[in-house]
Write a protein that binds this ligand. Sequence first.
Ligand code: NDP
Length: 294
Amino acid sequence: MTAEIINGKAFAEGLRERVAAAVPEFHSASGRAPGLAVVLVGEDPASQVYVRSKGKATVAAGMQSIEHRLPPSVSQDELIALVAALNADDMVDGILVQLPLPPQIDEKAVIAAIDPAKDVDGFHVVNAGRLAVGEDALVPCTPLGCLMLLKDKLGDLSGLDAVVIGRSNIVGKPMAQLLIKESCTVTVAHSRTKDLSDVVRRADIVVAAVGRPEMVRGGWIKPGATVIDVGINRVPSTEPGKTRLVGDVAYAEAAEVAGAITPVPGGVGPMTIAVLLRNTLVAAHARLGLAAPE
Ligand code: NDP
């Protein structure tokens, strides 16, 4: 068997187009474009790349991108004061503070300072709590993107066995909550899980969010299962001095067994920014009491 490749890049492009198509209606209702504020502290090269891509995608969708760059030495109080100003700014619908933050700043305190209605990353405990109790919430972008790909591929997920490997607040836990909401039978595995290969072998849906290159082997996958690989790991390439990206799943092996699988790159990765734009649009509508577009 050779798995169908789940094309996250194409799905993400479609989602970005749908978001862009909904912006003019918001504009006519509100007199302005939805606004996304991104705060970058310091000069971490990967964070700079992410922030640039987010800004470009925001503008391409017809939204307003507001960027704040702060020096690495900024104090927690100064950062929280900026977040408070963005909370109070009516032109700002979404606030994203790019992580990681420098060591003098407590990430939790900064996330807690964001107005939950503008928390487009979905990291605030109010949004995590709403998701856990099944209420409308702003949901973290990466797991929501994974769910969109799963529903696009499988339709109704009800009754399926799902294994999520990883229990981070950013990916694993919200992923598990989303799958519970879809009436899957969910197992959450982590570094203390015993006999992980046996646990994975039971699953109709495998979501790997670990950060260990090619850890999930083809022999662990139930034939026909749907595999969503969240991992982004840079490893040495066969060409000396070069690197390449691999996921948490041994792709070539798993593709022999799975029914469908996301590649790395081109699977989950492109979904994150597309969902961020979607969350900003949803937050903008909710703040004005407008119904969210489909
Ligand atoms: P974290 O490091 O926060 O969490 C990793 C999880 O994997 C932990 O729960 C950990 O368990 C678990 N784990 C570690 N080792 C093992 C093991 N040997 N067996 C089973 N479980 C294990 O990572 P994130 O959730 O933030 O990210 C996971 C991956 O997803 C990374 O590769 C990251 O780069 C990628 N990622 C991709 C995104 C995208 O596509 N846009 C966005 C976010 C992340 P324990 O809790 O016990 O320590």
